[in-house]
Design a protein around this ligand. Structure first.
Ligand code: ADP
Ligand code: MG
Length: 277
């Protein structure tokens, strides 16, 4: 499905991503972990073509998407929607318009006014918000919502594009543990129910273990681990995060695990429901 071959990004002397290979042959949920500066964001940005690779190739369903330009490039970008740590919503605009922005590559500024959207698109936006448990916030300004709700609006906006792949760059890094859990559950559910591939950069190890089918570890631009969450032992984690004295499981953990365990006793979340707020 998605194949990353010897993908490399150089900034001056710095190798941000160093001959990365990744093969995804069926829809899955992948967590990319590693220290700050390991190259996680650059890797995702190259897949989405926000950053141009220095070398290597990205193939999707057998087609080389590395050098697409113009309309073709935009079509590819809508198939691999990106979600960011800071949500990237328009704060003063209402939620449903933010979501409708996901359909908006070609419209004029005037037609971005709410009542000029096709009714079908508006209904679809509301359905998606409903699914994410935030439909009642549709008329509110985005800035009035909590961080976790705003990230779900960003996910809804991504879903409007009906993407095959969702690329999430530290989607929960700005959220408190409860909101982080809600957002990760929403991503997990979108993967399970829709069969979309989710690739999420996560700086905490336990989140990757908990929600992902596969974990990729990066260090100094290189992929140094690619395997199942079960294979991610403390020894492997040391290799990924560096064996320096400051490494400890706790240092890369959030409180989510503790919270989860105290509530459900589960090791992997049930993706069936997203709690309403
Ligand atoms: N636009 C840029 N210009 C120069 N260096 C960059 C740029 N973006 C990232 N880097 C460098 O590339 C490396 C990888 O960065 P990044 O992909 O952001 O890592 P991560 O997301 O894992 O924290 C870092 O050393 C960073 O300083
Ligand atoms: Mg990053």
């Amino acid at each position: 499905m998605l194949q990353i071959q010897k993908l490399t990004k150089r900034f001056g002397d710095k190798l941000a991503v160093d001959t990365a290979n990744l093969m995804i042959d069926k829809p899955c949920m992948i967590g990319i972990i590693g220290r700050s500066g390991a190259g996680k964001s650059t890797l995702l940005r190259m897949v989405n073509r926000l950053a141009a690779p220095t070398d290597g190739a990205i193939l999707f369903e057998g087609r080389d998407v590395t050098a697409l330009t113009g309309h073709q490039k935009r079509m590819w970008q809508s198939q691999c929607a990106m979600i960011f740590q800071q949500f990237n919503l328009v704060p003063r605009m209402d939620v449903v318009s933010n979501v409708l922005h996901g359909t908006l590559n070609r419209r004029s500024t005037l037609s971005t006014l709410f009542n000029l959207y096709p009714a079908d698109d508006i209904h679809r936006a509301i359905d998606i918000l409903e699914r994410l448990g935030i439909a009642e916030h549709a008329p509110k300004r985005a800035e009035a919502l909590s961080g976790g709700q705003q990230q779900r609006v960003a996910i809804a906006r991504a879903l409007m594009q009906d993407p095959k792949i969702i690329l999430a760059d530290e989607p929960i890094a700005s959220l408190d543990p409860m909101n982080a859990q809600t957002v990760m559950q929403a991503l997990r559910r979108i993967h399970e129910e829709d069969g979309r591939t989710v690739i999420a950069n996560l700086h905490t190890l336990d989140t990757a273990r908990r929600y992902c089918d596969r974990v990729v570890g990066m260090r100094d631009g290189r992929i140094v681990f690619d395997g199942l969450p079960e294979q991610l032992t403390t020894g492997v984690a040391r290799e990924i995060y560096g064996a320096s004295a400051d490494f400890s499981e706790a240092a890369t953990s959030t409180e989510i695990e503790t919270l989860d365990k105290s509530h459900t006793g589960a090791t992997r979340p049930s993706a069936a429901t997203v709690p309403a707020e």
